[in-house]
Design a protein around this ligand. Structure first.
Ligand SMILES: Nc1nc2c(ncn2[C@@H]2O[C@H](COP(=O)(O)OP(=O)(O)OP(=O)(O)O)[C@@H](O)[C@H]2O)c(=O)[nH]1
Length: 318
């Protein structure tokens, strides 16, 4: 049987995951590769909880990016589940990209992640030294050498002679070397017809992306403790009936979950001012995502200790 596909000879397609400690630049690099905002970025660590895929379409390859939450030392049940998810995801990848910022010393967090990756014997691991715009040439050279040593020390058994399969400096913000990142990753993809139709950027259901956008808005400018305690669930999303065809409106009902009353206060703000600001920012981004005007009904609820309660975690989709 021959498979008739509309793709050039030597076309490649496959799955790749970017890992790295919080704030390493994974989401920003994903967005730069895909060319549209799909993963959630924030200056606060650990905002990416869901596996969001971005798809890079090029004439000779298709790169499907699985943006994992990062590998963390498990501290709570949520942490353990994240690590299980990460492990299961990584074992299926054609290549793994490890992000290490150019402007920060390699630390225990980076070493821990590389130690976890050492278990992936058959998967090429490529190091991306991110945020190169934040380091001078001497510091960058120093960091590239340090990353090479890190690979040689902790990855003795990876395919080839051990170490990283490649080390690529990149600045996602300045769009410097982003194409090289795509190219280097694509070299590890198997021969395959395209796996997704052209033009598709992500296969996450809309409600997951919408929840991420609300979560991102809720985490803007808040204290450091909050990122671990905020979850968002979109309860319902419906096109409003009785609207003229050329003026559609989507109603969205969503809950922001926090762990404590004090956190509820932070989210709501004085006389509801912060919640309104969160709603306004989230709505703008959701409208951009969906391409239609949106009515957003946002509620804040305290779900005590939800990070440690399996029932609650299931409800929230973890
Ligand atoms: N100057 C500069 N800043 C960058 C670059 N890439 C990312 N950043 C910034 O670094 C911070 C973290 O970037 P993210 O892409 O959210 O990092 P992440 O690894 O996805 O973070 P988590 O979701 O917490 O795991 C953000 O403030 C980004 O704007 C870059 O190339 N240059």
């Amino acid at each position: 049987m021959t498979l008739s596909v509309d793709a050039p000879e030597n076309y490649r397609a496959g799955f790749v995951s970017l890992v790295g400690r919080p704030n390493a630049g994974k989401s920003t690099l994903t967005n730069a590769l895909v060319g549209q905002k799909v993963a959630i970025t924030s200056s606060k660590p650990q905002t990416t909880r869901h596996t969001i895929r971005g798809i890079v379409h090029r004439p000779d390859f298709q790169l499907i990016l699985v943006d994992t939450p990062g590998i963390h030392r498990p501290r709570t049940l949520l942490g353990e589940r994240l690590n299980d998810l990460v492990e299961a995801t990584l074992a299926e990848m054609d290549a793994v990209g490890l992000c290490i910022p150019a402007d920060e010393k390699i630390g225990p967090g980076d070493r821990y992640i590389v130690e976890q990756l050492a278990g992936l014997n058959r998967t090429p691991i490529i190091a991306f030294v991110t945020k190169t715009d934040k380091a001078g040439p001497a510091a960058l050279t120093e960091q590239l050498l340090a990353v090479q040593r890190l690979g040689e020390e902790l990855l003795p058994n990876t395919i080839g002679d051990g170490g990283f399969a490649d080390i690529v400096p990149v600045s996602a913000v300045k769009d410097h070397q982003v194409d090289v990142v795509a190219e280097v990753l694509s070299q590890h993809l198997p021969a395959s017809p395209p796996l997704y139709p052209d033009g598709e950027l992500t296969d996450e259901p809309d409600h997951v992306l919408v929840a991420e956008l609300i979560r991102e808005a809720a985490l803007e400018d808040v204290r450091d403790e909050l990122p671990h305690s905020v979850a968002v669930v979109v309860e319902d999303m419906q096109a409003r009936e009785d609207r003229p065809e050329d003026r559609p409106l989507v109603d969205i009902w969503a809950q922001i979950y926090v762990e404590r009353d004090s956190q509820k206060g932070i989210i709501i703000g004085k006389k509801g001012a912060r919640l309104r600001a969160i709603g306004a920012q989230a709505r703008t981004n959701i409208e951009r995502l969906l391409g239609t005007p949106v009515f957003l009904d946002l509620r804040v609820k305290v779900a005590k200790e939800w990070q440690r309660d399996p029932k609650q975690l299931n409800r929230l989709g973890f």
